[in-house]
Ligand binder design. Structure first.
Ligand code: ZN
Ligand code: ZN
Length: 343
């Protein structure tokens, strides 16, 4: 099968991978769309954030969607022709975390595109348990970005219990943050987007942000906007140390912060002033629960709107060498929103 391979630091290629065989509990999916994600860049930089395999050991891509072409002998919940998105986490299926729909927390978790072949290829063999049926209203492109991007951000909004009329700040409006703008807006919140780049703030406005602030002016801006109170919720999508500090500055007392970004990875938090003194809830948000998928699709179709949701996709590329190289480069340079490969 043809698929992307990382061949060196910031070097990608499209190569012929040996076709893996199908076991009894797996399905073979013909990939129709596969989205690029910030965490893919960790492989591109040769330092994968997930798993133990060296970069280039497997096909990348953990946000794919496609059509089932073949099912293993023990698979009865899917059939040939079913349209599916693929959850990136495969767990043991038996432990507490798997049973509550969070295989990402399983001790035997294997991540698509990091620990096993991912979706940036013509076909993918994956456990049937990782497949999520796509409603007819949703395209393959939308299904792909509804897993780790919109689905993940939907979960963040649930974690910080966003309600209508809440003020929600999204820090870092790359593709993840933009998904957050869509979700918070559709829940009825007043949305404040914050970023270092004006071009990204412009995208946030297009997707429905009510206010935008360049990072350096955000603390003062939010203070003014909220009469000194601060915002009800913050979704921190950058992971940079100053951005995390900003989240704690602009959240109001009894407010809630969801942490999604991991890029810098280190935070400096004053326990007394910023957590105890304000009685903040600070929660890590990492993917949705498996049983949330149907709710996420419903929310996208009925609340966000499928056309609106597809606006987070700015670039589409075929699975060909030059196209793929351009895609990874532009994505790395933050010149795109969500990027999709269409094999
Ligand atoms: Zn992702
Ligand atoms: Zn498990």
């Amino acid at each position: 099968m043809k698929g992307i391979k990382i061949i060196g630091p910031k070097q990608v290629d499209v190569v012929d991978w040996p076709d893996p065989s199908l076991s009894s509990k797996e399905v073979k999916v013909r990939i129709k769309a596969s989205a690029l994600c910030r965490s893919d860049l960790s492989i591109y930089y040769m330092k994968p954030v997930v798993g133990k395999l060296p970069p280039g050991a497997v096909v990348p891509g953990h946000e794919p969607a496609g059509v089932i072409e073949e099912v293993g002998s023990a698979v009865d919940e899917f059939k040939k022709g079913d349209r599916v998105a693929i959850s990136c986490f495969d767990g043991c299926g038996k432990c507490y975390y798997c049973k509550i729909g969070q295989p990402n927390l399983c001790y035997d978790m294997k991540c698509l595109g990091f620990d096993r072949h991912g979706g940036d290829a013509e076909t993918l063999i994956t456990p049937a348990a990782t497949c999520l049926k796509i409603p007819d209203e949703m395209s393959f492109n939308l299904a792909a970005v509804s897993t780790d991007a919109i689905g993940n951000l939907y979960n963040s909004m649930e974690e910080i219990r966003v309600r209508a009329n809440d003020r929600v700040a999204i820090i870092g409006v790359g593709p993840m943050g933009l998904s957050g703008v869509l979700c918070a807006k559709a829940l009825g919140a007043e949305v404040i987007a914050i970023d270092l780049e004006t071009s990204r703030l412009e995208s946030a406005l297009v997707l429905g942000a009510d206010h935008v602030f360049i990072s350096q002016e955000a603390e003062e801006g939010v203070k003014k906007l909220t009469n000194g109170w601060g915002v009800d919720g913050v979704v921190e999508c950058s992971g940079a140390t100053p951005a995390i500090s900003l989240a704690f500055q602009i959240v109001k007392k009894l407010g809630r912060i969801s942490q999604i970004g991991v890029e810098g990875g280190l935070a400096e938090i004053n326990i007394m002033n910023q957590i105890l003194g304000k009685k903040i809830t600070y929660i890590g948000s990492w993917y949705f629960r498996m049983w949330e998928w149907d709710r996420i699709c419903d929310f996208i179709i009925k609340k966000i709107g499928v056309e609106n949701a597809e606006k987070i996709i700015s670039h589409k590329y075929p699975l060909e060498r030059d196209a793929v190289r351009e895609a990874w480069q532009l994505f790395d340079e933050k010149k795109t929103d969500k990027v999709i490969f269409i094999p």
